[in-house]
Design a protein around this ligand. Structure first.
Ligand SMILES: [Zn+2]
Length: 213
C-alpha cells in the first residue's frame, strides 16, 4: 500500500501529537464510528480548530487511500488505556473508515496491516483491537456479529502474510486448522518440515480441543 504522508504539526492543539518516541510492539485496529467520513476528512479533523479532543492515530485507511498523520515511531492517543497504557505507548494505530465501499476498504486495511506486520517481523498475535486495550466497542464494523468479522479480518491478514501458498489439496484442511474455532496452527510455513516443537504444539492444541467437547 502506498502511504500518503500528511503529518500533523507537533504544536497541534490538545496534545494530539505529543512527539514522544515510541518503539512499537503492537498494531491496533480501530474504525472511525463515522459513516460519512473519508480518510482525508479524518486527517483534516485532526487539525481542525473546532476539534477539542486529545485523540489521534497514526494511519487511516478508506476505499481509496492510506494517510499517515503521525510518524510510526511516535506515540498517538488512540487506545483509551491512559498515558502509560501499552496500547497508547507501544502500538501503531490504524483507523478504518466506515464510509465508501466497505469491501474495498477492508481489503486495503488487510493489506496495510499485513505490510506493517511483515515490515516489523511480527506475527499475527501483535494484531490487536482497540477493544483489547480498554474494552471499547471498537472497531465496531468488525464487531457486528459478535466479532466474527474480526476473526475473518485476522484470517485475511494471515493469508496476505503467507509467502508460500498452500497446495490446493491441503487447502481445506489448512482452512480448518487455522479457523478461529480450531486454531491448532497459525498456518505459517506450510511447506516447512515439521519440527518436534511444532508437532507437539499441534497435538497438544488438538488434545485440548477434544477436552472441551
Ligand atoms: Zn478505536
Amino acid at each position: 500500500m502506498n502511504i500518503n504522508v500528511q503529518h500533523i504539526p507537533k504544536n497541534t492543539p490538545n496534545n494530539r501529537r505529543p512527539g514522544i518516541a515510541m518503539e512499537p510492539e503492537y498494531l491496533t485496529i480501530h474504525s472511525t464510528a463515522n459513516s460519512g467520513s473519508t480518510a482525508q476528512n479524518e486527517r483534516d479533523w485532526l487539525t481542525n480548530p473546532s476539534n477539542t479532543r486529545t485523540a489521534s492515530w497514526h494511519l487511516v485507511v478508506d476505499d481509496k487511500e492510506v494517510i499517515e498523520a503521525i510518524p510510526l515511531d511516535e506515540i498517538a492517543w488512540h487506545a483509551g488505556d491512559g498515558k502509560n497504557g501499552t496500547g497508547n505507548k507501544k502500538s501503531i494505530s490504524i483507523e478504518i473508515c466506515e464510509s465508501g465501499n466497505r469491501e474495498k476498504t477492508i481489503e486495503n486495511a488487510v493489506k496495510l496491516s499485513a505490510q506493517i506486520l511483515k515490515d516489523k517481523g511480527w506475527k499475527i498475535d501483535r494484531l490487536k483491537r482497540h477493544y483489547d486495550w480498554s474494552g471499547k466497542h471498537c472497531p465496531r464494523i468488525l464487531e457486528e456479529n459478535n466479532w466474527t468479522e474480526w476473526d475473518e479480518f485476522k484470517i485475511m491478514v494471515l493469508k496476505e502474510l503467507e509467502v508460500t501458498p498452500v497446495s490446493p489439496w491441503a487447502k481445506e484442511a489448512m482452512d480448518w486448522a487455522t479457523s478461529p474455532e480450531i486454531n491448532i496452527t497459525d498456518g505459517t510455513g506450510p511447506k516447512e518440515p515439521i519440527t518436534l516443537e511444532r508437532m507437539i504444539t499441534i497435538l497438544y492444541r488438538y488434545h485440548k480441543l477434544n477436552e472441551k467437547k
